[in-house]
Design a protein around this ligand. Structure first.
Ligand code: HEM
Length: 313
């Protein structure tokens, strides 16, 4: 098997495992199991403690995280050895650094009994790391270096729109993480109204953060709709497909958000909402990457700088 195809498969496997890890990690908070294991890096001084109660979720999360860490290590080393494009090699190393930092933040948050800043940073770095693995899967893929047809003028704004939408989704994830780790998930107990009104009285910080997340959802939905309206007209499936997936994800994400309130934070909708938020972010990011690549090639570069496959002398 040529090394590049192997690298691509490993990158896809790493991204897929990271998505599973996001769901499993979300379960830890949704089930209130974050302090079920008091120590780190071992669990009750053992590698395999009895998996009972919250330990199943907390230690299960650690096991899946270890698998993702190992996959990332192999991926980063393989890329460093076999990949000729400097930007891809650098991205592999950044992913490795991010996964190590993520593990340390997870440990610190347990040892210091869930300080808000560390828990929120751990949640946001998880999403960023997922995007990095998706980016590695995309740029090592077979289609990335083949020259596309000339870009049309109406495709040019897609990169900017998709980039702005990715930023909006990321800001929404930060608000979501803040709300979750502040325990503000039910600070506004009804939906779609808020305390029976369109504008709730912002009497406490928890209500304010919760309401900001709802406003954020409107901004995200409008941003996705604007991007999709533009990308759906492109003749390129590589732009149309992620745009349509993002549109579907945002609809399901809002429905899941509503069901968190209506089910009083039931574990499955709440955790699915966390994972789907990551899927939406990664989809918008993938669309941005693809649109940027087209924009760069428009200026007669054979392939983006740093992503060229140079033939060694
Ligand atoms: C459409 C865009 C939306 C996105 C991208 C999004 C994303 C997220 C994410 C990622 C989290 C968890 C963050 C973490 O812990 O890491 C979260 C939490 C939450 N979201 Fe959303 N959300 C959206 C819309 C909504 C809507 C419309 C509602 C309805 C009220 C909602 C309600 C909630 C609630 C209640 C939580 C906290 C859950 C808990 O307490 O455990 N979200 N959101």
């Amino acid at each position: 098997m040529p090394p590049s195809r192997g690298i691509h498969r490993l990158a896809v496997a790493t991204a897929a495992s990271t998505f599973v890890l996001l769901f499993v990690g979300g379960l830890v908070t949704s089930t209130g199991s974050a302090l079920a294991v008091p120590d780190w890096p071992l669990s009750f001084g053992q590698v395999f403690p009895p998996m009972v109660g919250g330990v199943l979720f907390e230690h299960g999360h650690r096991l899946v995280a270890t698998l993702v860490g190992c996959l990332t290590l192999v991926l980063a080393l393989w890329i460093a050895i076999a990949e000729p494009r400097p930007a891809v090699r650098a991205s592999g190393l950044v992913a490795l650094f991010a996964v190590v930092l993520q593990g340390v933040l997870g440990g610190v948050t347990v040892l210091y009994k869930l300080p808000l800043a560390v828990s929120v940073t751990h949640a946001c770095l998880a999403q960023t790391f997922f995007c990095l693995t998706v980016a590695l899967a995309i740029v090592t893929g077979p289609g990335w270096t083949s020259p596309p047809a000339a870009v049309r003028p109406d495709e040019r704004p897609i990169a900017l729109l998709a980039g702005a939408t990715t930023a909006a989704v990321f800001a929404q994830l930060v608000l979501g993480a803040l709300m979750r780790h502040l325990g503000a998930g039910l600070a506004i107990p009804d939906f779609p109204l808020a305390f029976g009104r369109v504008l709730p009285p912002l009497v406490t910080p928890l209500v304010t953060v919760h309401f900001a997340h709802r406003i954020g959802a409107v901004i995200v939905a409008l941003s996705v709709a604007t991007t999709v309206a533009r990308a759906a007209r492109s003749p390129r499936a590589e732009l149309r497909r992620p745009a349509l997936v993002a549109a579907a994800l945002v609809v399901v994400q809002v429905a899941l958000g509503a069901s968190i309130i209506w089910t009083r934070r039931a574990v499955v909708p709440t955790t699915s909402h966390v994972a789907l938020g990551a899927a939406l972010l990664a989809t918008c990011f993938a669309l941005t990457l693809r649109a940027v690549r087209l924009g760069v090639r428009r200026s007669a570069e054979p392939v983006p700088i740093g992503f060229r496959r140079e033939v060694p002398a």
